[in-house]
Design a protein around this ligand. Structure first.
Ligand SMILES: Cc1ncc(COP(=O)(O)O)c(C=O)c1O
Length: 385
């Protein structure tokens, strides 16, 4: 049994994803993975633990070096060490960016449906939320550039991009990003690009970071983290890249106002090991996720053809359309739970998402098979009512 298919019980481990589950239920909700991280990372953490002293720790040059190399090797652009500001999470770093670079009341654009803290990070910093809805075709979401331009014309100061996109699974194409960056430049909109899922590219297409546009436009901030890629979210570690020196200084001041220091010693250790040694493990994980996704697609075509899913170009989060059931999100969540399946309901991600669910497929194949069986039972019960 390989690492990705070995079933490890997460009940009673303070896992958010499994918090409400009992031994008869399976969770496909929060975006972390149900398999162990890379052995190289576990070994590095154990070694650091054996040292036994966990005093105040700074971000050393080796940490910055492995990150610079990872970005150049995997995303094919060059960052400088002084652009990197480690943080305890992508969302906190977004909040500091907003506080640093906009004023209360300023308009900030997000593209719905989207990971729900994108809304909260705007409203809870007392900025004005502007929603640019993605357009849905049967199995794919695209950007509504006409509406986006209206938002920018209307005075938006900032936009938060999700690439790859949670929950709709898009990895934005070159043409789309060209157009987006050109619009940001035209209207001088600051662009925060959340690239936390960028190591999960399942489709045969490249991931294009906003970092590739720096020579054209540098009013950008790029958020990355090893947390999804290597299943380290509980260690709380992210990195924001800020090429623009004025933005960097403002960001640092905003972060300092919250007395946020660098990530903890084990997070720094894990991040270094991940980016220095974790690449073969990541490639194996990607193979596993591609197989899981192929299984889900095949299962749905054969067993539940009425359930349509958005093409999963990136992330490990499947966005499924159950609107044919004519049920509310609550009814879907409750009904699936009765079968033993815990999911995230569509309405979490924005208005107009009633009837959708998000399924996390970063688990062993047996768990996924059992989950799809639960989904089938739920759908059939409701179709036969
Ligand atoms: C798009 C996106 N951004 C950010 C996060 C959370 O990042 P962090 O835990 O580093 O704040 C998630 C977690 O699911 C996510 O999907």
């Amino acid at each position: 049994m390989d690492n990705f298919n070995r079933s490890i019980c997460r009940l009673n481990t303070s896992s958010w994803k499994w918090k409400t589950a009992n031994e008869h239920q399976l969770s496909f909700s929060i975006a972390d993975s149900d398999y162990q991280t890379a052995p190289e990372i576990i070994a590095a953490i154990k070694k650091r633990c054996d040292h036994g002293i966990f005093g105040y720790t700074f971000v050393d040059d080796e940490y910055l070096e492995v990150l610079v190399n990872w970005v150049s090797r995997r995303y094919h652009y060059q960052i400088r060490k002084d652009w990197i500001i480690p943080c305890i999470g992508v969302i906190p770093s977004m909040a500091f960016s907003i506080e640093a670079l906009t004023e209360p009341g300023d308009k900030i654009v997000v593209q719905s449906p989207v990971y729900d803290p994108f809304y909260a990070v705007v409203t809870q910093t007392n900025r004005t939320l502007v929603v640019n809805k993605l357009l849905r075709t049967e199995n794919r979401y695209v950007m509504d550039f006409d509406d986006l331009e209206k938002c920018f014309k209307d005075g938006a100061k900032m936009m938060i991009l999700c690439n790859p996109h949670n929950p709709v699974g898009r990895v934005w194409d070159q043409a789309e990003l060209d157009r987006l960056v050109a619009l940001c430049k035209q209207y001088q909109v600051i662009l925060i690009s959340d690239e936390i899922h960028c190591d999960f590219i399942l489709a045969p297409k490249p991931f294009i970071s906003i970092g590739k546009y720096l020579s054209e436009y540098d009013r950008v901030l790029i958020c990355t983290a090893p947390s999804k890629t290597f299943n380290l979210a509980g260690l709380q570690n992210s990195n924001i890249f800020i090429p623009n020196p004025r933005f960097r200084a403002a960001y640092s001041k905003a972060a300092a106002r919250h007395f946020i220091q660098s990530p903890n010693v084990l997070a720094l250790t894990a991040c270094k090991a991940a980016y220095a040694l974790g690449e073969p493990w990541l490639e194996a994980q990607l193979e596993h996720l591609r197989k899981n996704y192929a299984f889900v697609k095949e299962f749905l075509v054969k067993e539940l053809p009425m359930v349509k899913i958005a093409d999963l170009e990136g992330t490990y989060l499947v966005w499924a359309d159950l609107r044919f059931l004519n049920l509310t999100c609550q009814e879907i969540t409750d009904g699936l739970l009765e079968q033993g399946m815990i999911i995230k309901a569509g309405e979490t991600y924005g208005e107009g998402c009633n009837g959708f669910i998000r399924l996390n497929i970063a688990c062993g194949i047996n768990q996924l098979k059992a989950g799809m069986g639960m989904l089938k039972s739920f759908v059939l019960i409701h179709l036969n009512k």
